[in-house]
Design a protein around this ligand. Structure first.
Ligand code: 13P
Length: 247
């Protein structure tokens, strides 16, 4: 059985004080949840969140570079994330792909690095509206998954989480139909089976992301292939994120 994982992607929201207050309340409210709970906060919040010593809520970052250190102005190293208590790191988010022009080759280097240093990547894949309309959804997610994982060893795969996030569903309030999402996620799992083994593919957790809210989380979690959610907007408010986690 795969343990469900619900992660909040806070994107570029919350100063340190707001982050600490939200995380403290969340930690109290989800203590007894069987779900693994993660907050992916802005870099500047991570030291203060780590200092809270949270036990139930785990920490993640939203990006990293693939080098250990060096002259890479503005970038954050994997070891720096481990140093501030991160267990997870979101990689290949569509906002990174689209706004910051990250391509599959760069994302692949980051995924390999994260796995090698012991950070658990939450690898995001998903099609644009144009690609969906052209009937290319599965082709796109299969290609993104395959390229991002090139060179990743089978024994590292259980540390990987994949988030299927259709680009058109992100921040739009228009979520993907749960059965559709289940089908795409099944295709991603089949890709893992083809690249590795069926047994390993069964162990990897695959989330859905894109306009997840308290009102629709249950539909997603009822799907057999969907192992959790990556939540943007609705993770910022502790009440709504708590209801999502308590689906
Ligand atoms: P929303 O939940 O705000 O649609 O964002 C989804 C997302 O991008 C999570 O990574």
């Amino acid at each position: 059985m795969r343990t469900p994982i619900i992660a909040g992607n806070w994107k570029m929201y919350k100063n340190v004080g707001e982050a600490v207050e939200t995380a403290r309340k969340l930690e109290e409210r989800v203590q007894d949840s069987p779900v693994e709970v993660v907050i992916c906060a802005p870099f500047t919040n991570l030291p203060a969140l780590s200092a809270l010593g949270l036990t139930k809520v785990k920490l993640g970052a939203q990006n990293m570079y693939f080098e250990d250190q060096g002259a890479f102005t503005g970038e954050i190293a994997p070891g720096m994330l481990l140093d501030v208590g991160c267990e997870y790191v979101i990689l290949g988010h569509s906002e990174r792909r689209q706004i910051f022009k990250e391509d599959d080759e760069l994302i692949n280097k980051k995924v390999l690095k994260a796995l090698n240093v012991g950070l658990k990547p939450i690898l995001c894949v998903g099609e644009t509206l144009e690609e969906r309309r052209a009937g290319r959804t599965e082709e796109v997610v299969v290609a993104q998954t395959t390229r991002a994982l090139a060179g990743a060893a089978a024994e590292q795969l259980t540390n990987l989480v994949i988030a299927y996030e259709p680009v058109w569903a992100i921040g739009t309030g228009e979520n993907c139909d749960a059965e559709d999402a289940n089908q795409v996620i099944a295709r991603i799992r089949q890709t893992l089976a083809e690249l590795y083994t069926a047994d390993l593919a069964q162990q990897v957790r695959i989330q859905y992301g894109g306009s997840v809210k308290p009102a629709n989380i249950k539909e997603f979690m009822e799907q057999p292939e969907i192992d959790g959610a990556l939540v943007g907007g609705a993770s910022l408010d502790v009440d709504s994120f708590t209801s999502i986690i308590r689906y």
